[in-house]
Design a protein around this ligand. Structure first.
Ligand SMILES: [Zn+2]
Length: 94
């Protein structure tokens, strides 16, 4: 998943603001990282973030999780494609 600085960069490109507090909150504490990325908590955490930082920050919080999901699944897809390719070569199929 992208590091905090990458999230800060994409927020800046999207909004002109870093929203570093949001990205640090999501990724900074390794003990709480999974809980803070839990999509079943989006309403609860989203409301908390919107109340504290506003609507645009809420969107950046959701976008952060979206970008992490996309990056994670892209990585999984690459790993699967590599494994399939290596397995086909191993058996002389390709
Ligand atoms: Zn993250």
């Amino acid at each position: 998943m992208p590091p905090v600085d990458k999230h800060v960069q994409t927020s800046t490109e999207r909004t002109g603001k870093e929203y570093r507090d949001i990205h640090e909150w999501l990724d900074g504490d390794t003990e709480k990282k999974a809980e803070r990325h839990d999509i079943t908590k989006i309403y609860e955490y989203g409301k908390m973030i919107e109340d504290k930082y506003g609507k645009e920050a809420l969107q950046e919080y959701i976008q952060h999780i979206h970008d992490d999901v996309q990056a994670k699944f892209n990585h999984i897809q690459q790993d699967i494609e590599k494994a399939i390719s290596e397995t086909l070569v191993y058996f002389g199929v390709k």
